[in-house]
Design a protein. Structure first.
Length: 314
């Protein structure tokens, strides 16, 4: 599979308030995945997938790994990848998208150091392997998927919340070397994209605050000029363009979910003036915030047609 240099998609998911993850499941995911020329993409959340049937390849950055039924994948946030079904065939994957930071903050609110250590361990690696070689992790994933699918009683959300921490613990154990691997292979984070990955994570957490490019570059421990070059080479746009896209994505969510004024929303997502907010909103979505508020569904798929395409999930 070919990777189009300088182009990668951010597929963005929001986890509902008071929940830790979302599930993508059901017949919609029985499909042909990817194509020879499709873009690599990355997510703002951790992706955990289970393959029920089908075969193909999972591309993890530059490495291609075969997959088949009975395999499980774990891909950290901000990690370029793509799934491509074998030619002219269908595969069936189901996914969990997990907000790791949200789980750790809820479970360990007074221990920031432990949160950070766990976060580093959980996000350390991407892998693909047989479920039988990660039996405890696979059992947790299937249990969570069934809890969400069945919604057996009013406690199913609480059950999922409780299972979420156990899910992270199993991933930490795997990343510490106590389980896996078989087919597929383990990918440590490395390469050009990895040098700017801390910037993506920093922007995700601090988009609402004023920030300078030099400040973002310092998170990556490289000079501002080198950071700008690497960022544009790997992400396909400037750091400022990327920051504004994240802010506008957040603004769209606030417009849909709150009754806040546009002035309030502009400030909440990090714009110092309403005029700057309006200008960037129209440039990215193709319409004004007020028009988008009236018909948001018409504009969901138009959230940026730049080299980095911010989309609402799939």
């Amino acid at each position: 599979m070919k990777k189009t240099k300088g182009k990668v998609e951010l597929r963005y998911y929001d986890v509902p308030q008071n929940e830790f993850l979302i599930a993508l499941q059901g017949d919609h995911w029985k499909r042909r995945y990817g194509s020879e020329n499709s873009l690599m993409h990355f997510h703002n959340l951790m992706e955990i997938g289970v393959c029920h049937y089908g075969s193909g390849v999972l591309l993890l950055e530059q490495e291609s790994h075969p997959y088949h039924a009975g395999m499980i994948s774990v891909i950290p946030p901000n990690y370029p990848h793509n799934t491509v079904s074998r030619e002219q065939t269908e595969s069936y994957w189901e996914y969990l998208f997990v907000d790791v930071e949200k789980i750790l903050q809820a479970m360990y609110p007074d221990d920031l150091l432990f949160q950070q250590k766990m976060l580093e361990k959980v996000n350390q690696k991407a892998y693909l392997g047989r479920e039988s070689d990660a039996a405890e992790l696979a059992a947790l994933v299937h249990t969570i998927l069934e809890e969400i699918r069945q919604k057996r009683d009013v406690l199913y959300k609480e059950s999922v919340r409780g299972l979420s921490l156990a899910l992270l613990i199993q991933i930490v154990r795997i990343n510490s070397g106590s389980a896996l691997l078989s087919e597929g292979g383990l990918r440590q984070k490395r390469g050009g994209f990895d040098q700017v990955r801390p910037a993506l994570e920093y922007i995700r957490s601090h988009y609402a605050q004023p920030m300078k490019i030099s400040e973002i570059a310092s998170v990556c421990h490289i000079s501002e000029s080198h950071f700008r070059r690497l960022f544009e080479e790997n992400i396909g746009m400037t750091p400022v363009e990327y920051l504004n896209q994240v802010r506008i994505r957040k603004a769209c969510d606030l417009i849909k979910k709150t009754g806040n004024s546009m002035e309030e929303i502009a400030v909440k997502v990090g714009f110092t003036t309403t005029s700057t907010f309006n200008r960037n909103f129209k440039r990215i979505t193709g319409t004004s915030p007020y028009q988008w508020k009236k018909q948001p569904d018409n504009y969901e798929s138009r959230l940026a047609e730049y080299n980095v395409l911010i989309e609402k999930g799939w």
